[in-house]
Design a protein around this ligand. Structure first.
Ligand code: ZN
Length: 166
C-alpha cells in the first residue's frame, strides 16, 4: 500500500482522537481498513470513561465494531491504524483478531506493548504476528496528547490514572 494511503487513514484516526478529546477522553483514534478495497470497515475512539469500561481503548472499540460489521470474529488481512502505539491489551486483541498489519502514529514508551514494554508480538506465546509500522503522522498524534494533558493539568482535573502518559 502506498504511504499516501497510510497518511490518509491516519488523518481519519486523528479526527477520531480529537473527537475523543472533545468528550474528555485521552485522545486516541483507530480506523480498520480492508487494504484490498481501501474501504474503512470500522472506526473507534478511546472511551473508557464514558462507557465505564477500562478495556474501551480505541483499538478494542474498533475491533468490536469491525467484528459486528463483518459478522466475523476474525479480521484476517485487515489493516489497523491507530494514533498511538497499542498497549499490551490491544496488541493481544489485535493478534486474536488476526489483523494483518498495524500502523501507528506516536510511540508510547510508557504504555506501549509493541515496540516497548511487553513487546507482545515478539513473544513465543504470540501465535499471530501482524506486520507493524510506527511513526505515521507521529508528531500530530503526540501534539494532540500533549495538548490534552496540558489542558487537563491546567484545569486541575486528574481523573484518569494515565494522566502523565507522554
Ligand atoms: Zn490499548
Amino acid at each position: 500500500m502506498p504511504p499516501l494511503s497510510d497518511t490518509n487513514f491516519m488523518r481519519r484516526a486523528l479526527d477520531l482522537a480529537q473527537a475523543a478529546a472533545d468528550s474528555g477522553e485521552t485522545p486516541v483514534g483507530c480506523v480498520i481498513v480492508d487494504p484490498s478495497t481501501g474501504a474503512i470497515v470500522a472506526e473507534g475512539g478511546n472511551r473508557p470513561i464514558a462507557s465505564h469500561d477500562p478495556s474501551a481503548h480505541a483499538e478494542i472499540t474498533a475491533i468490536r465494531a469491525a467484528g459486528q460489521a463483518l459478522n466475523n470474529y476474525r479480521l484476517t488481512g485487515l489493516t489497523l491504524y491507530v494514533t498511538l502505539e497499542p498497549c499490551a491489551m490491544c496488541a493481544g486483541a489485535i493478534s486474536h483478531a488476526r489483523i494483518g498489519r498495524v500502523v501507528w502514529g506516536a510511540d508510547d514508551p510508557k504504555g506501549g506493548g509493541v515496540a516497548h514494554g511487553a513487546r507482545v508480538f515478539e513473544q513465543p506465546t504470540c501465535h499471530w504476528r501482524p506486520e507493524v509500522q510506527g511513526g505515521v503522522l507521529a508528531e500530530q498524534s503526540a501534539d494532540l496528547l500533549k495538548a490534552f494533558f496540558r489542558a487537563r493539568r491546567a484545569g486541575g482535573r486528574r481523573q484518569a490514572p494515565d494522566a502523565d502518559r507522554l
